[in-house]
Design a protein around this ligand. Structure first.
Ligand code: AMP
Ligand code: TRP
Length: 330
């Protein structure tokens, strides 16, 4: 049994990029592994945010994870801020994390480029992520491709900490990523990574009508201007999405009809919208049902936090001891 940890920010709805890139793996890994999944609310405050909606979004993200199939009887599901050891370990690790590496992180550069005043938390974000993972001494981390650089830094931090404080034992394991075949889903603009902050997403809880309203204007093969122009499926993001939502024979039919201009882009999108809606329908139903039982969701998160705190306290005690902190008298 390997220890698995992953986190997702409650900075908006769970979208199909999250689901295909990471969450499906969260669910699959529950078989035969020891899994912890965390709604990382403290990461979600590194950009401008609205305090009142953070509460709601945290609940919604927990519901999304449960609806997607995270099973509290097989995995520990909890909220990051309920386990204070994350922030404490992040501080300890900040004293060994290399500043130059933090400044080189692509996500930091992208996000800080758009800001006039850069909060220090945006720079130290990957240290908190390293703390999330190392606090549970996790060996495997299901994520999308965009997190590989952060995970590499986590390994670097673990190596440095071990070299300084646990040369004998390599107490903190170096975690390995687990990628899905959909490691980078492109957004509806057909250009950038699907991302909450870019507004190019489809949410996993959206209704068939909402899915259609979003897919209808989605970017396709830019060279296909007229209905009668033959298209190139390989450059079309709608075709790429078919591969994740439509059965193989339909994917072939889509490609053939695109190349021959037998179908227009709207015909192709209608098929995708129907298949996407039916794939997501069970999740949507479970999500709506859970939303009407908030006490049950709160209970799951409460149980998860208690389990996580016990595990976290054990690691933090060992780390603190090795770093030379005076233990409190019993
Ligand atoms: P976030 O919403 O940034 O907290 O991401 C949660 C998880 O979804 C992380 O493992 C990301 O790597 C993954 N993810 C986010 N966007 C995408 C995408 N467009 N394609 C694939 N994976 C993604
Ligand atoms: N940084 C991750 C993201 O934006 C979220 C995250 C926080 C995470 N802590 C983590 C992912 C620990 C994996 C493991 O997607």
């Amino acid at each position: 049994m390997a220890r698995v940890f992953s986190g997702i920010q409650p900075s908006g709805e769970m979208h199909i990029g999250n689901w295909l890139g990471a969450i499906k793996n969260y669910v699959a890994l529950q078989d035969g592994n020891d899994c912890l999944y965390c709604v990382v609310d403290q990461h979600a405050i590194t950009g401008a945010y609205d305090a009142a909606s953070l509460t709601r979004r945290t609940q919604e993200m927990a519901i999304g994870l449960l609806a997607a199939g995270v099973d509290p009887s097989r995995a520990v599901l909890f909220v990051q801020s309920h386990v204070p050891q994350h922030a404490t370990l992040a501080w300890l690790l900040a004293t060994i994390a290399p500043l130059g590496e933090l400044e080189r992180m692509t996500q930091f550069k992208d996000k800080s480029d758009r800001l006039e005043s850069i909060p220090a938390g945006l720079l130290t974000y990957p240290i908190l992520m390293a703390a999330d993972i190392l606090l549970y001494r996790a060996e495997r981390v299901p994520v999308g491709e965009d997190q590989l650089q952060h995970l590499e830094l986590t390994r670097e931090i673990a190596r440095r900490w071990n070299a300084t404080f646990a040369a004998d034992a390599a107490y903190l394991p170096e975690p390995q990523p687990i990628l899905s075949p959909a490691r980078r889903i492109i957004g509806l603009d057909g250009q950038a990574k699907m991302s909450k902050s870019l507004g190019n997403t489809i949410g996993v809880m959206e209704s068939p009508e909402e899915i259609w309203q979003k897919l209808r204007p989605a970017m396709t093969d830019p060279a296909r201007v007229l209905r009668t122009d033959p298209g190139t499926p390989e450059v079309c993001n709608v075709y790429a999405l078919h591969k994740h939502f439509s059965p193989p024979e339909v994917v072939e039919e889509v490609a053939a009809n695109c190349r021959s201009a037998g179908w227009g882009c709207i015909d192709c999108k209608k098929v995708l919208a129907a298949n996407m809606a039916s794939t997501l329908a069970p999740m949507r139903e479970r999500g709506l049902a859970l939303a009407s039982r908030p006490a049950e969701v709160a209970q799951v998160l409460g149980d998860g936090a208690r389990t996580a705190r016990t595990m976290a306290a054990e690691t933090l005690a060992e780390v603190s001891d090795r770093m030379g902190f005076l233990p409190e008298a019993k």
